[in-house]
Design a protein around this ligand. Structure first.
Ligand code: SF4
Length: 384
């Protein structure tokens, strides 16, 4: 390992929600709030951290992200104890350490927002999805528009930085509704939005309904209209579309996610968590923890899948993630991590994409112009 500490982020997965949303294929299980094992889960995550401690030598903590599931169901004291353990496990900390907790409006109130702030959290990401009752009911969410607005207000009062998730492509959703939701969110004080198209995942309730012909989804050209409309509204606000699904006011980009898209090292903790740590140039280990929360709590097995990445996989990941961002993929830093020039072996494909205007080389960066982001998957596939 180099003498410079390697910047490393930490992701903690909280594997429970009070109800499973019909479109969601994340690793979560429904649970009654009263049955949540708050302290036991903190104990299990801290045990895992201890077991991985030797991997953290010489690393600098860049950011911490509590995702899920619904981490706002986790008692702030148990979450705070976990956070202190994580911070204590690193020799060095980023001066602007970003600590984010994903929250659902139904379980985020001013009181727990304030407790999370006291525990060291400085950013909340709210799973809002929409400010319309009709769409929230369709998505099977626990909150209505009134609760959504109240939780946004509470979050903005207590936290320096707040992000909101928005979804588009629900049946009957209009461009005007989407524009109004965006304006209201920004007026309340939110400075970052993740906007995702509703997609039908096979192993979900929506997947079964779709297969049975009982659920209509928006046609592809309507998604394209909505995507462009969202982009225009944020551009009117002066925000940057800095990643395919993410928009931010100046300086409000998610540092945790940028680190990930730039191929940075990250430690994953908790049931179903994924981690990937570099092991010298051209080598990295990626793992996925046992997704079953009960087994994870007992910790009879720590990992369920481990994969070694070599130079080829590191370059492919860098292309897949880096080209999602406005800056693109940095050629020199990818070469340092992979131990080989990422352009070698794909010179013709790169040249063709540049000729077609789908790829730009700007200094040391390769990037896809925003107007081609809707076709990004195909562009990246051609470079593999
Ligand atoms: S609250 Fe979020 S993580 Fe939980 S089921 Fe719904 S979409 Fe999935």
């Amino acid at each position: 390992m180099s003498s410079e500490p390697t910047e490393t982020s930490v992701y903690i997965h909280f594997p429970w929600c009070t109800r499973k949303c019909p479109y969601c294929d994340f690793a979560t299980e429904p649970i009654r709030s009263s049955a949540l094992p708050h302290q036991e889960y903190a104990d299990a995550v801290l045990r895992e951290l201890e077991a991985r401690r030797s991997d953290l030598k010489g690393r600098k903590l860049k950011s911490v992200f509590f995702g899920g599931g619904t981490p706002s169901l986790w008692g702030p004291h148990a979450l705070g104890r976990t956070l202190r353990g994580i911070i204590g496990a690193f020799d060095d900390l980023d001066e602007a350490l970003e600590v984010t907790v994903e929250c659902n409006p139904s379980s985020l109130h001013q009181e727990n927002a304030a407790l999370l702030r006291e525990a060291g959290v400085n950013r909340l990401s709210l799973g809002l999805q929409s400010l319309r009752d009709l769409h929230l009911r369709f998505l099977g969410r626990l909150h209505d528009s009134e609760r959504a607005l109240a939780s946004l207000g509470d979050a903005c009062k207590e936290m320096p930085r707040v992000s909101a998730d928005l979804m588009f492509g629900m049946p009957g959703q209009t461009l005007e509704e989407l524009a109004e939701d965006i304006s209201r969110i920004a007026e309340i004080g939110v400075r970052h939005v993740s906007a995702y198209a509703l997609t039908i995942e096979e192993k979900t309730q929506f997947g079964s309904l779709h297969r049975a012909g009982k659920l209509e989804v928006a046609p592809e050209d309507q998604y394209a209209d909505l995507f462009e409309h969202v982009e225009d509204r944020f551009s009117d606000l002066g925000w940057t579309h800095y990643e395919v699904s993410n928009y931010a006011a100046e300086g409000e980009e998610s540092r945790h996610n940028l680190h990930y898209w730039r191929g940075g090292a990250y430690l994953g903790l908790g049931a179903a968590a994924v981690g990937c740590l570099d092991q010298g140039q051209g080598r990295a280990e990626r793992w996925r923890n046992d997704p079953n929360p009960q087994r994870y709590l007992r910790q009879s097995t720590l990992e369920s899948e481990v994969e070694m990445l070599g130079p080829k996989e590191i370059v492919r990941e860098a292309l897949m993630l880096g080209l999602r961002t406005i800056d693109g993929m940095n050629v020199a830093s990818t070469e340092r991590r992979a131990g080989c020039d990422p352009k070698t072996g794909r010179e013709r494909e790169i040249e063709r994409a540049i000729d077609q205007g789908k790829l730009l080389q700007v200094g040391d960066w390769l990037r896809v112009p925003q107007k081609h982001w809707l076709k990004l998957d195909g562009i990246v596939r051609d470079l593999f």
